[in-house]
Ligand binder design. Structure first.
Ligand SMILES: [Zn+2]
Length: 349
């Protein structure tokens, strides 16, 4: 069947993997796809898996304090969302162009089918995170012109116009501007990707979208109660919309036991973090410095994350306690309002 019908993979983070490679960051020459690559993707494995077409994710983090937005020795300015987005689109296009026998840039269905007939993998670009448009429909249109054919409305951080599944619900869905973004994507022919958004945003987007939507990497919340998965109430609406839910290989999204284990780790980390922060807050300056030096994973357990502007604003949210209910890890604040546990993820999934 896969010889006659192109199998489309909805999400592959390889461009980010290349950017972040620890040995040769951002170096397409060093990161060869013709042999077994250090990451999960290379051409031999794509052929073995009979991938017919690929959406290459031009992901960038939505966290404004992510290291990619920090100054480094090479640049004097601080890169923002738009700049890193442009860099990732450029990197992905260069990657595709480097392997013309196997990959070819595709921006239409016809391109994908033509590539498939030629035995090449039609390579589409999918943006991950509406933060890249910096609240500008003009920027959205420019990304479309550069070849982006889907945009995941949010990544893990709630935007000014849409709530993320792993962040707090500020708007309880899409704002009027958020609806405008969906309409503009429909008009241009850019797929609306509802992976990563809150159920309320999924619902609002299904109300607004005149075109089929996609969930580029999300599974069923009924099977594994992960906030990144899709609830049944939404799944029931997908057939009428004509959209597709593309189930990913992220183990914690599809395996309950792994999800429970990840939750227990996250809970442990939160407790450790809170304890360290309390210690630091009450210690004298020399003692505080000694505590910081002693900590093995300083960056991960740093108290600075609590003091950032965004977190100060949500400080109330941090005075929560945890409880386990029916295998699901839940968070509630002092007033008992329930929220979703925010999982610290090492990768951009
Ligand atoms: Zn993702």
């Amino acid at each position: 069947m896969l010889r006659t019908t192109p199998l489309v993979d909805g999400h592959n983070d390889l461009p980010w993997r290349i950017r972040e490679d620890t040995l040769h960051s951002n170096d397409l020459e060093a990161y060869s796809l013709t042999v077994r690559a250090p990451g999960m993707t290379d051409l031999p494995r794509m052929k073995q898996g009979m991938v017919g077409a690929q959406f290459w994710s031009v992901y960038e983090p939505g966290e404004p304090d992510a290291s990619t937005y920090k100054r480094n020795g090479k640049v004097t300015g601080t890169p923002g969302y738009a700049r890193v987005q442009l860099e990732q689109i450029e990197l992905a296009k260069r990657m595709i162009a480097k392997y013309p026998r196997d990959l070819v840039l595709a921006t239409t269905e016809a391109d994908v089918r033509k590539a498939f007939r030629e035995g090449r993998i039609g390579s589409l670009l999918g943006m991950e995170g509406g933060h890249a448009i910096e609240n500008s429909l003009e920027a959205l249109r420019a990304y479309y012109d550069l070849g982006a054919r889907y945009m995941t409305l949010t990544h893990n951080v709630t935007l000014d116009w849409a709530d993320a599944a792993l962040d707090s619900a500020v708007h309880h869905g899409l704002t009027p501007f958020g609806r405008e973004v969906v309409r503009e994507m429909n008009r241009m022919g850019m797929l609306v990707d509802l992976a990563h958004v809150s159920p309320a945003v999924m619902s609002n987007a299904l109300d607004v979208s005149e075109a089929p939507v996609i969930f580029s990497h999300s599974a069923s919340r009924e099977l594994v109660n992960h906030p990144r998965n899709v609830p049944d109430s939404i799944l029931r609406r997908v057939p009428k919309n004509g959209g597709v839910v593309m189930v990913p290989f992220v183990v914690s999204f599809v395996n309950r036991a792994v999800k429970a284990y990840e939750d227990s780790l996250a809970a442990e980390e939160k407790v450790l973090k809170a304890r360290t922060c309390r210690l630091e807050a009450t210690a004298s300056a020399p003692r505080r410095n000694a505590l910081r030096r002693r900590r093995p994973h300083r960056a991960r357990t740093s108290c600075r994350w609590r003091r950032s502007r965004r977190h100060r604003k949500r400080s109330r949210w941090h005075h929560h306690h945890y409880r386990r209910t029916r295998g699901r890890f839940e968070v509630s604040d002092a007033a008992g309002r329930a929220g979703e546990a925010r999982l610290d993820r090492s990768g951009p999934s």
